[in-house]
Ligand binder design. Structure first.
Ligand SMILES: Nc1ncnc2c1ncn2[C@@H]1O[C@H](COP(=O)(O)OP(=O)(O)OP(=O)(O)O)[C@@H](O)[C@H]1O
Length: 203
């Protein structure tokens, strides 16, 4: 369970989050939408624990979180395979990690790019590499900021299938920010439109 309680946040005296609470349980799939600048990314980063709120509490009982931010945090001096290896090193040991990395690189259509560095890859390929690292670690909490950005229609569909499978088969709780709500057809997803500024909402 992830619980944000009465979160507030301001930047340079401008209040972005007024009073926001949010609960995400195992198996939940929730997407926040809303206009640019409303505070979606800020809220996601507070949910991830990487931005500190001015007030309020973050409580998480999940044991392994994976997070895709807008800028994929890849190490530029390492290849795709080495990036996977590095990101997964805290989770999976030795030979298993290597096999798992190759499996997910292939799933994300990156087998030919395994030995390329991020700067030799397109924006969409970098994004798929970051997604591969998220999926491969089998998180119980997955936070995704615009997971379909930089992807063509084929890869948007493939990433969406993986998100749904991870949620339905593994019970991974998923909190995402996306404008691409047409992607969600037939899925059991809760879409939360955010509109009022500063945000005051209990999700
Ligand atoms: N570190 C920061 N310092 C100063 N202002 C910030 C910072 N981070 C975010 N902001 C401001 O907070 C507001 C909300 O930003 P945020 O990125 O959360 O919005 P968003 O809804 O995710 O927008 P978008 O859909 O364009 O990504 C914006 O006005 C932004 O300029």
């Amino acid at each position: 369970m992830l619980r944000l309680e009465h979160i507030s946040k301001q930047f340079q005296s401008r209040c972005i989050l007024g009073d926001v609470s949010l609960t995400l349980a195992k198996g939940d799939l929730l997407c926040m939408t809303g206009p640019s600048g409303i505070g979606k990314t800020t809220l996601l980063e507070i949910a991830a624990g990487i931005v500190r709120p001015d007030a309020g509490n973050r409580i998480s009982t999940f044991s392994h979180m994976a997070c895709l931010l807008q800028d994929a945090p890849l190490l530029p001096w390492k290849t795709a395979l080495e990036n996977m290896d590095f990101i997964l090193s805290a989770r999976i040991s030795g030979e298993k990690r290597y096999k798992n990395s190759l499996f997910w690189l292939e799933k994300m259509g990156l087998q030919e790019a395994a030995h390329k560095k991020p700067m030799e890859m397109s924006g969409g390929m970098q994004r798929r590499l970051a997604m591969a690292a998220c999926f491969a670690g089998k998180p119980d909490l997955l936070l995704l900021d615009e997971p379909f950005a930089f992807l063509d229609a084929f890869w948007q569909d493939r990433i969406w299938e993986e998100i749904v499978e991870m949620n339905q088969k593994n019970g991974t709780a998923i909190l995402m920010v996306s404008h691409a709500t047409e992607q969600f057809r037939d899925a059991d997803i809760r879409i939360v439109p955010l509109s009022a500024s500063p945000l005051t909402i209990d999700i």
